[in-house]
Design a protein. Structure first.
Length: 235
């Protein structure tokens, strides 16, 4: 079984399209949230995800930007993100907003070997908001795993790829499809191959996409230019 891990698409249709070409033959797609926010193609992204969910095993949780746009809960957001939230609320269809509202904050998955996974955007302690960066001390990762019964914890939110192995259990972040922040502008995703033995059966990948088009759409939509410029830097 091949399990594709994606997260933080952030309304970037061009990035999602290129990642999808790489993962479309996976047996399962697991998404750790933030389908929308920042970018200029929210309806295209959500409608694509809805179609795929009707065809295959495609699990997705709600991210903090999904939540802010669906429910107006944008407290703590910076001015650029808050402006993008308001723009999304104006341009997104009622049906797509309802879809975001219906996304769970947690999902469970068990692969064909019996290994179990908890999908969450931030962390079990704060599902929408807590950041788990790779450079945090190991004690933080051990502490968060104490909240998890499953073998592996799959997270997003930081936009930074990560694999932490703690006593045979893993915390995996595939990085961001639509807005990487690890100084590499290319779209990021990961694949777990269950025919190989864990913990070494996860691979991280990058793929180029039409970043100029994504940036052009942001500027043309009247969103803050900063949200376009940062795409080129991976920041």
């Amino acid at each position: 079984m091949r399990i594709a891990l994606i997260s933080d698409i952030h309304s970037n249709w061009e990035a999602l399209r290129e990642v999808w070409r790489e993962v479309r033959n996976a047996d399962v797609i697991l998404c750790m949230g933030d389908l929308v926010g920042y970018g200029a193609s929210p309806n295209e992204v959500v409608e694509f995800v809805k179609r795929q969910m009707g065809k295959r095993t495609f699990l997705c949780v709600r991210g903090n930007h999904d939540n802010a746009i669906a429910f107006g809960a944008d407290w703590g957001f910076n001015p650029y993100a808050r402006e993008a939230v308001k723009w999304h609320q104006r341009v997104m269809s009622v049906e797509n907003l309802e879809f975001l509202r219906g996304l769970p904050v947690r999902q469970l998955f068990t692969d064909d070997t019996g290994r179990s996974y908890l999908l969450i955007h931030g962390s079990p302690r704060a599902p929408l908001d807590e950041y788990f960066f790779p450079w945090l001390p190991e004690s933080e990762f051990r502490a968060v795993l104490s909240y998890v019964k499953q073998d592996d914890l799959l997270v997003g939110h930081t936009h930074v790829p990560m694999l932490k192995i703690i006593g045979g259990r893993r915390i995996i972040n595939p990085g961001s499809v639509g807005q990487p922040r690890d100084s590499d502008w290319r779209a990021s995703y990961a694949v777990i191959d269950t025919e190989k033995e864990p913990p070494d059966n996860v691979e991280f990948h990058r793929v180029e996409y039409d970043v100029e088009e994504s940036a052009r759409k942001i500027i043309e939509a009247g969103l803050p230019r900063f949200l376009a410029d940062r795409l080129f830097e991976g920041l």
